[in-house]
Ligand binder design. Structure first.
Ligand code: SF4
Length: 160
């Protein structure tokens, strides 16, 4: 199945919510009234472009987790679909806009940069409401900072 047909965000969100609503809609998130819902309804990018960006964002996620001492979710299908959402946004918008939020104007948000991954809350406070980067004390944090290409593909398929 082409990755272009594997729409991300809505799946990622529902999965993450089922894993841990307390973690996913964190207190901080609720305070800010964040809408944790992935949206990837921008212009449809080519499947090959998405695949290339999928690998870019997979690699970025590994590097960033290692650099910040954060970990992927114990359920790597969550990690996979967030990476997919980032890849789709990078392909369609030119920037890895966070896939777990609703935007009235995605292009404007991408240009603004606040929610481009790693977003400002992550950079400043290690807060990732997508559950891509989890601190060690998070109940849903696994022990891994690596995810293979195959794990990403399997994780995405698992969510279909
Ligand atoms: S670090 Fe921020 S932009 Fe990146 S996935 Fe997490 S919440 Fe979204």
């Amino acid at each position: 199945m082409s990755l272009a047909t594997m729409r991300t965000g809505r799946i990622a969100t529902s999965k993450a919510q089922s894993i841990g609503s307390s973690a996913f809609s964190s207190r901080a998130s609720r305070r800010r009234g964040l809408c944790v819902r992935a949206t990837t309804d921008a212009a449809e990018p080519d499947a090959a472009v998405i695949d290339k960006n999928l690998e870019l964002m997979r690699h970025f996620s590994e590097q960033y987790a290692q650099r910040t001492g954060t970990y992927f979710c114990v359920d790597k299908s969550v990690t996979a679909v967030v990476i997919q959402g980032l890849a789709e946004h990078k392909a369609s918008l030119g920037a890895p806009l966070c896939p777990c939020r609703h935007y009235d104007d995605k292009a404007a948000e991408a240009a603004n940069g606040f929610w481009n991954c790693p977003c400002v809350p992550m950079r400043e406070r290690k807060e990732c409401h997508c559950m891509l980067f989890l601190t060690e004390d998070n109940d849903f944090a696994g022990r891994e900072q690596e995810i293979t290409h195959e794990e990403v593909i399997d994780g995405i398929k698992h969510m279909m």
